[in-house]
Design a protein around this ligand. Structure first.
Ligand code: AMP
Ligand code: GLY
Length: 429
């Protein structure tokens, strides 16, 4: 079959790498892809949010399935666009319809959904400009730190955690009144701060049943020891040592199954990945956020740990028979280290030549912000997160050692990476 992947990051390269390995795939396309996806498929220069151009690409290339990587096209309704189009409606899309993507697209929607189905999450209230006085009053009732969340999509930047009440009041006003995050912060969720250790849990669902994928932990801050600005993610590891036994049973019983059942009860046919951003509070899981897609850089460790044919599983999603499929994990640990451009996550330079990729050993390089310069045939940086170096190991220690040895070998001007990925879990391994 012919498959089209939408997106251009490390997550999409990991998906492309895995799908390309399936004997079921004839042609693999990535729109728009990066310098790494060119090695496993054919890049098509189409913007993920330009649905008419995606339609043309699907028809021209005789695409049998579309796999959507990022959240924005999903929240913009790419799946609905296919369902509403005479020529596209029979082409399966892996990724939820807009109504379900709202689990990520609106924090208020997600919180209400969790409240309706008794899914454990921080207590909260949502406010807008006409209720700002009530919002200030609600803040007074909370204990610090204060958690303020822009309702809409804000490229991972819409959550603020603030120690002082006065600062929280000011930020709240900036969000709602001064549109700090544009329309996304016209509504703001204020919620209770939860103290615990975070992890990311993923499932694939056809809307009827689900398959649990390997879990992961990502490292979001730019600085060592989880300090400094938030990024898209600086590295990840899978498995997470505490994600087993009784804890995972609680995750399934209290979070995953009620979510699948809730979607069904609301008449929403969810087809695709669900990402549960969880926090373990003294052994009990709480939902911090839902995402309607795979995580990035979690995908760069989760997908390498899926041994089964991913195309076969995605066919199960498309054909409503996922429950007949088997999913096998690779028992090894996978660890991924993200190489980023100097200055990231603030202003950074692009266009730096990348060298040394031919020297790496026993790792997989997943490109993120890279582009191939056609004239010089060189690969250059084209984004803040440049590439993820993923290695396997029998222990987390081994996997990280190999990922770091290989991270050393790749060079570009201004290369930076965190040297402490997995630090909080290694102690507990
Ligand atoms: P999100 O954009 O929803 O992933 O939130 C960004 C980060 O903020 C999360 O990864 C958590 O580290 C933190 N966070 C969000 N909500 C809470 C909460 N209620 N309590 C503690 N930390 C939180
Ligand atoms: N790594 C977090 C995310 O993909 O949102």
């Amino acid at each position: 079959m012919n498959i089209l992947i939408i997106g251009s990051g490390g997550r999409e390269h990991a998906l492309a790498w895995k799908l390309a390995a399936s004997p079921k795939v004839k042609n693999l396309y990535i729109a728009p892809g990066n310098a790494g996806t060119r090695n496993v498929g054919k890049n098509i220069p189409v913007n993920p949010n330009d649905f008419p151009s995606i339609k043309m690409a699907v028809i021209e290339n005789d695409i049998d399935m579309v796999v959507v990587g990022p959240e924005v096209p999903l929240v913009n309704g790419i799946h609905d666009y296919f369902l509403d189009d005479k020529l596209l409606k029979n082409t399966p899309v892996i990724g939820p319809v807009k109504a379900a993507a709202m689990l990520e697209g609106s924090k208020d929607f997600a919180k209400d959904f969790m409240a309706r189905y008794n899914i454990p999450t921080a207590s909260y209230k949502t406010f807008a400009s006409d209720t700002i006085e009530q919002a200030y009053a609600y803040l007074e009732t909370m204990t610090p730190p204060y958690v303020l969340k822009a309702d809409g999509l804000a490229a991972g930047k819409g959550v603020l955690i603030i120690d002082k009440l006065e600062d929280a009041r000011q930020e709240l006003s900036k969000m709602i009144i001064e549109s700090k995050f544009g329309d996304a912060s016209s509504k703001v969720v204020i919620e209770e701060f939860l103290d615990g250790i975070e992890l990311s849990v993923f499932v694939l669902t056809d809307g009827l049943s689900y398959k649990l994928l390997p879990e992961a932990k990502d490292y979001k801050r730019i600085g060592e020891g989880d300090t400094g600005l938030n990024t898209g993610g600086m590295g990840s590891v899978s498995p997470v040592p505490f994600a087993k036994g009784e804890f995972m049973q609680k995750v399934k019983d209290r979070v995953i199954q009620p979510t699948i059942d809730g979607l069904k009860a609301e008449g929403i046919d969810y087809k695709g990945f669900i990402f549960f951003g969880l926090i373990n509070v003294k052994g009990d899981p709480y939902v911090i956020e839902y995402n309607c897609r795979m995580g990035d850089p979690e995908a760069e460790v989760v997908i390498p740990r899926i041994e089964s044919d991913l195309v076969d599983l995605l066919e199960g999603v498309a054909n409503n028979n996922l429950s007949d499929k088997e999913i096998i994990f690779d028992d090894r640990v996978a660890a991924s280290v993200m190489l980023v451009s100097k200055g990231y996550p603030e202003k950074y330079e692009k266009g730096k030549p990348i060298t040394g990729m031919e020297n790496v050993e026993k790792c997989v390089i997943f490109h993120a912000g890279t582009a191939k310069d056609i004239e010089s045939e060189t690969i250059k940086t084209s984004g803040g997160r440049v590439m993820a170096i993923t290695s396997y190991g029998n222990t987390m220690e081994d996997a990280l050692k190999s990922a770091y040895e290989n991270a050393e070998m790749i060079e570009f001007d201004g290369k930076f990476y965190r040297t402490d990925i997995g630090y909080d879990l290694r102690k507990k391994e």
